[in-house]
Design a binder for this molecule. Structure first.
Ligand code: CUA
Length: 296
């Protein structure tokens, strides 16, 4: 069975082809009429007159209805194909929309904003939301589907080639809707297995100032770092936050300096984000940023 994005692309080409034929037919008829009934051919400068033509009226009513019916049937076939009810998924991932970030769960492994998938594998996303309606959309890998609180929707993704695919929340969900980016890293099965294996490890105990600050502040109310006492679930799991390429669902590239700027004032970097500003001294910010960045 074709990958969902290829099935959608093929349908778009068929519909585009039909639209092109109609366009050429209508423009051709228009040009013919202008030429055929030009004023130099009419008798005594009188414009051409036309009587009612029942057969023509029936034809131009029936033809669009027929075109719509054909497109409708083709679309039903494509929807059934991209739904992939007959395809046994090689991987299931839980995807939860939050204001304004994404949670991805692989069994006991939880991560955020960057979805890793193996190539040449049918991936079943179990979509839901923790708050309002979001919509998951990575155009190159599949269709678009809403994430609804209290409901699980399914979306099939399939990547033929390794690479990074960009996506975006596609349902207006509040002030930071635009900064709800998705990055999908598609990689060969062996690389994916290595990544998942490292994500499954708890964070090593550092015993440094950054770790102490994290565990002593309100950070732990919202965030989890597996291997520590922090088990909050309102914000992204930070067990391996240093291994991700962006912060705040794509708002910032991930490095120590940006991590520090984000901690110092989230609202400056992503206005409206639910992450509060924690009052910390400069050396405390340095230590906390260094600690989080070290969680690879
Ligand atoms: Cu989430 Cu828009």
């Amino acid at each position: 069975m074709r990958p969902p994005a290829e099935a959608i692309g093929a349908l778009a080409q068929v519909v585009g082809g039909i639209a092109l034929l109609i366009f050429l037919g209508v423009e051709g008829a228009l040009i013919y009429a202008v030429w055929r009934y030009r004023s130099s051919r009419s008798s005594a400068g009188e414009p051409a007159r036309f009587e009612r033509n029942t057969r023509l009226e029936i034809a131009w009513t029936a033809a669009p209805a027929l075109v719509l019916a054909v497109v409708f049937v083709l679309m039903l076939g494509t929807m059934a194909e991209i739904g992939g009810a007959a395809v046994e998924p090689g991987l299931r991932v839980r995807a939860v929309g939050h204001q304004w970030w994404w949670e991805f769960g692989y069994g006991g492994v939880t991560t955020a904003n960057e979805l890793h998938i193996p190539i040449d594998t049918s991936v079943d996303l179990e979509l839901t939301s923790a708050d309002v309606i979001h919509s998951f959309w990575v155009p190159e890998l599949g269709g678009k589907r809403d994430m609804l609180p209290g409901t699980t929707n399914h979306l099939r993704l399939f990547a033929r080639r390794a690479g990074v695919y960009e996506g975006q929340c596609a349902e207006f969900c509040g002030v930071e809707h635009a900064w709800m980016r998705i990055r999908v890293v598609a990689e060969p099965q062996a690389d994916f297995d290595r990544w998942l294996g490292s994500q499954a490890q708890p964070a090593a105990t550092r015993g440094d100032d950054g770790e102490r600050l994290f565990l002593a502040n309100i950070c732990v109310n919202c965030h989890a770092i597996r291997g520590t006492v922090a088990v909050g679930t309102a914000g992204p799991d930070l067990t391996h936050v240093g291994a991700r390429t962006t912060l705040a669902a794509g708002a910032l590239p991930n490095d120590v300096a940006r991590m520090r700027a984000w901690l110092a004032d989230p609202q400056q970097n992503k206005p409206g984000a639910l992450m509060p500003r924690v009052p910390l001294l400069d050396p405390e910010l340095d230590a906390l940023a260094a600690y989080l960045a070290s969680l690879k």
